[in-house]
Design a protein. Structure first.
Lengths: 114, 114
């Protein structure tokens, strides 16, 4: 079946540092890939998505590129802010499991220090 | 826009008690989901529904039942609560049309079973 593996946290950075959170996946066919963000006490919200190979999703300064050759979808941001402190989840939805399910990675907690 | 609304926000149960969590969405989405979130384990799918009157089991269905009598509502029931069901429960929905779209989440229900 489909699966998602993302780097373990927590990740602690100083403000304005460069962020990378690695995500790799296993899936049949051509899944859609997502990054979700969860702020304390809230549900997950979509950060960005990509639906086909070489697509780049972007939002709020975050970017991720759908790399089919390396089955990866790494999240990057050039300069993080304290307000980016949250838990980030990589996810995919695709043909496996009937196409109905979204599979999540375990989540990576990010702390940004002022 | 309300989006996905979960009630209640918090609940404390004693072992053996029963309760129902309600999820309502106002986006006319076909697919609805119940997840639980536990520290270090990401999100695990409990049950899901691909349309009114249909339900299916996810990864961790034991001890839970669901019903989708109306398209906009998805109920999660615990018949006899156990301490292992202490968790944060999230409802999510997505459009069933077209390719694999993003999920829309509620803000969660924090359940403690003593």
């Amino acid at each position: 079946g489909n699966s998602v593996t993302q780097m373990e946290g927590p990740v602690t950075l100083s403000e304005e540092a460069f962020l990378t959170i690695n995500c790799t996946y296993t899936a049949t066919g051509y899944p859609s890939l997502f990054w979700y963000v969860q702020y304390p006490g809230e549900g997950l919200q979509l950060l960005l998505k990509a639906t086909k190979a070489d697509d780049k999703g972007s939002n709020k300064g975050f970017e991720a590129t759908y790399r089919k050759e390396t089955t990866s979808f790494h999240l990057e941001k050039g300069s993080v802010q304290v307000s980016d402190s949250a838990v980030y989840f990589c996810a995919l939805s695709g043909e496996g499991d009937g196409g109905f399910k979204t599979i999540f990675g375990a989540g990576t907690r990010l702390f940004v220090k002022a | 826009n309300a989006g996905v609304t979960q009630t209640p926000k918090f609940r404390v149960l004693k072992t053996g008690q029963s309760m129902t969590l309600l999820c309502a969405q106002d986006m006319n989405h076909e697919y609805m989901y119940w997840y639980r979130q536990d520290p270090g384990m990401g999100l695990r799918l409990i049950h899901y529904s691909v349309g009114e009157g249909t339900t299916a089991k996810g990864e961790v269905p034991d001890g839970y039942n669901v019903s989708r009598l109306k398209k906009q509502n998805f109920l999660l029931g615990l018949e006899s609560a156990a301490p292992s069901q202490t968790s944060v429960y999230f409802c999510a929905s997505r459009d069933g049309q077209g390719n694999y779209g993003p999920l829309h989440f509620g803000n969660g229900t924090r359940l403690t079973v003593t």
